[in-house]
Design a protein around this ligand. Structure first.
Ligand code: ATP
Ligand code: MG
Length: 326
């Protein structure tokens, strides 16, 4: 199997953080410190794969304008190889304003470029080229404005026709449409799986259900989802509760230790990166799940989204339990 992993971020962004000593609207405000990195969920996956020591990673997706050039350069500066499709317009800036006095957190998100049919065709050509080099392609995050909802499914089919394995981590309509392309793995979180909880005839898990009952309802949902869609691996990540995974006709429960979370954002991306790292090395399913959850959990220990320290990952690997559920 080829060992190159490609991550695709259709909605790449500059993730910029302003750290401020006080923040209010309607006046002139001065920023204390500015931090800007290449952002978007696929870039987080590529970053964590790098941190775990997987050298053969390439980040792709759409970039536009000067912001797009910044995204590619910032990723390369971090040691992430890139191969983006450059289009017209301007990639978005996702601005987080952290008021270090009050502790308040404000987000301002730009709309990003409008994707045309021609841009979609360029992306299909890019994925065709990358599929010839890769063993695994991971599509992460939302689809940008203008994109047809079918695009993920079409890109996944291109990968499959080249014998490349595909993971898809997205939400809402992009997930509903994307699963029609039959990716090899999907990883919704508690919110993202909700439409299938209803579909499975189950109650909402956050009503007064016991943990066991709510895990049972997730188990039914992922089993039904996998059977209906013919997707071989359906994993629902449950934040501090770990994860449930339906893989090869077995449901596994992944238990993680209790941790003091500093910042859980990017944990799902880290989970996907951990699974990919183990999967491309042909490790057994239980080890893939352990690798994944250790990466997700290691991420919560750091303030930056998509940051996994190898020593945290290694320690957590020993504390994660994977059992067969039900
Ligand atoms: N508070 C926490 N404590 C310990 N581990 C956590 C915590 N939150 C998340 N994790 C780990 O990360 C994994 C993925 O988390 P989660 O379900 O929150 O992903 P997500 O909502 O898709 O995240 P994102 O989309 O922001 O990347 C969990 O399965 C778990 O291993
Ligand atoms: Mg997620």
């Amino acid at each position: 199997m080829k060992t190159k992993i490609v991550t695709v971020t259709l909605n790449a962004a500059i993730d910029k953080t302003y750290y401020m000593n006080g923040f209010s609207t309607g006046s002139v405000m001065r920023v204390d410190r500015v931090h800007a990195i290449a952002g978007g969920k696929g870039l987080n996956v590529a970053r964590v794969l790098n941190q775990l020591g997987h050298a053969e990673v390439k980040a792709s997706g759409f970039i536009a304008g000067y912001n797009g050039q910044f995204i590619a350069k910032a990723a390369e500066d971090e040691g992430i190889h890139t191969d983006f499709v450059a289009i017209n317009g301007e990639s978005r800036v996702c601005l987080s304003i952290v008021d270090e006095v009050s502790g308040s957190f404000t987000e301002v998100l730009e709309p990003g470029p409008w994707i045309t049919q021609e841009d979609e065709n360029l992306m299909k050509a890019k994925i065709t080229e990358l599929a010839k080099q890769a063993g695994l392609i991971i599509f992460s995050g939302s689809i940008p404005k203008g994109c047809r909802p079918e695009l993920y499914a079409e890109l996944i089919e291109i990968c499959s026709s080249h014998g490349v394995d595909v993971f898809l981590d997205t939400s809402g309509n992009a997930l509903v449409e994307g699963i029609k392309g039959k990716p090899g793995l999907i990883k919704p979180n508690e919110d993202e799986i909700k439409p299938w909880l209803t579909h499975a005839g189950n109650q909402d898990s956050d009503s007064n259900m016991t943990v066991e009952a709510s895990l049972d309802s997730y188990s039914t949902a992922i089993r039904n989802l996998a059977k209906d869609t013919e997707i071989p691996r359906v994993i629902v990540s449950l934040g501090a509760m770990g994860a449930l995974a339906y893989i090869e006709d077995v449901v596994y429960r992944v238990r993680i230790p209790e941790l003091k979370a500093v910042n859980p954002v990017g944990s799902g991306d880290s989970f996907v990166a951990g699974f990919a790292y183990a999967h491309i090395r042909d490790l057994p399913v239980v080890e893939c799940l352990r690798f994944a959850a250790a990466a997700g959990s290691a991420n919560v220990l750091n303030p930056t989204a998509g940051c996994v320290l190898p020593e945290d990952h290694q320690r957590l690997m020993e504390q994660i339990e994977v059992d067969i559920w039900g």
